[in-house]
Design a protein around this ligand. Structure first.
Ligand code: AHM
Ligand code: MG
Length: 334
């Protein structure tokens, strides 16, 4: 196999399609390098004394793990000095992070969930980093939270690193989805899958079924129809998978199709689900759409939602197109 590194891929993409300006290329390489560092820390586990709780709470009121904080610091430090960013925002930080005065500023803004799948950190199950890249609005002076509140369609790049049996980086710059595998001995990202595509139909779904009693009727109907299998209205059997790491669930769907759901439910009617629009739903939705899938909040296309708050939550339905369209249609029926 001829090995194509992440750097070679980005340079060629820039030459061929002019889709990756030099600053964006630097940004992606810096994020990818930070993910290597996080992967190393995750891989050490107890040997690196990085497991367990940090006994602090993040803005969402969730107890942070040591690795959540470490991953956040790794991404902040890696991205401060390159001159490619105007500001950063993280699921783990209440307010946006400005680039220190001593460094030059760039035109991009980076958002990330430094380590997604927190409940899996201490049990050696796959976890990941999710990131999204926006452009600073024209004429922006000092970046403020409102400058980040751009619809998902405005993302110029999005990706995730998956820390599983292999460490992978899945990336889109709006021109398809490509996957790189970390060669741990060489320390380099190698292109291993080009133009990932999601089949439009599937017989696999992912949802946390322990919340069944809280679901709203469209979700209950949709899941019950799948559970009825070949004797029900769907006329076929469905399989279920739930890893509780969005990165790992999305990665499976990118590879063999499926639908991922984290609906809003009646537990906390004021909260639109668990997942965050800016750090989780939007970057994943761009990747899914770029691979031919679909993503909605049950009502509308995810990427069209105008964010109102940095840490906004959203219901998520994403994956194989025909299934996402079906469950979205159920929400529209009276
Ligand atoms: P986190 O950002 O605190 O890790 O939460 C997000 C994760 C997703 O990766 C995953 O899909 C979901 O939470 C799992 O939730 P649950 O524990 O309710 O099944
Ligand atoms: Mg998360």
């Amino acid at each position: 196999m001829k090995r194509i590194s992440l750097t070679q891929y980005l340079v060629e993409e820039q030459r061929l399609n002019n889709s990756i300006p030099a600053e964006l290329r630097l940004l992606i390489e810096v994020v990818a390098r930070a993910c290597k560092t996080i992967s190393h820390a995750v891989g050490k586990g107890a040997l690196g004394e990085v497991l367990g709780s940090a006994e602090t709470e993040n803005i969402q009121g969730e107890v942070q793990k040591k690795l959540d904080i470490l991953s956040n610091e790794i991404l902040l430090e890696a991205n401060e000095w390159g001159g490619h960013l105007a500001a950063m925002a993280s699921e783990e930080m209440e307010s946006i992070h400005l680039i220190p005065n001593r460094y030059p500023k760039g035109e991009y803004m980076l958002l990330f969930d430094p380590l997604d799948g927190s409940s899996n950190i201490d049990v050696n199950v796959s976890i990941g980093t999710i990131f999204s890249v926006l452009k600073a609005p024209d004429g922006m002076a000092t970046p403020a939270e409102k400058d980040f509140l751009q619809a998902g369609t405005k993302q110029v790049a999005a990706g995730y690193a998956l820390y599983g049996p292999q460490t992978m980086l899945v990336l889109t710059t709006g021109n398809g989805v490509n996957c790189f595998t970390l060669d741990r001995e060489m320390g380099s990202w190698v292109l291993t899958q080009r133009n990932m595509t999601i089949p439009a139909d599937t017989q696999e779904f992912a949802i946390n079924a322990s919340n069944t009693r809280h679901w709203y009727p469209p979700v209950t109907r949709y899941v019950n129809e799948m559970l009825a299998g070949s004797t029900g209205v769907r006329g076929k059997n469905f399989n279920m998978r739930w890893i509780a790491s969005m990165v790992a669930d999305v990665h499976r769907i990118l590879n063999r199709g499926g639908i991922f759901m984290y609906p809003a439910d009646a537990r906390e009617p004021d909260k639109a689900g668990k997942l965050r629009l800016m750090y989780e739903a939007n970057p994943m939705s761009l990747i899914i759409e770029q691979a031919g899938g679909a993503a909605t909040n049950g009502q509308q296309r995810m990427l069209d939602i105008q964010p109102e708050k940095l840490h906004q939550r959203v219901a998520v339905f994403l994956g194989s197109k025909n299934e996402v369209e079906r469950v979205t249609a159920y929400h529209h029926e009276k």
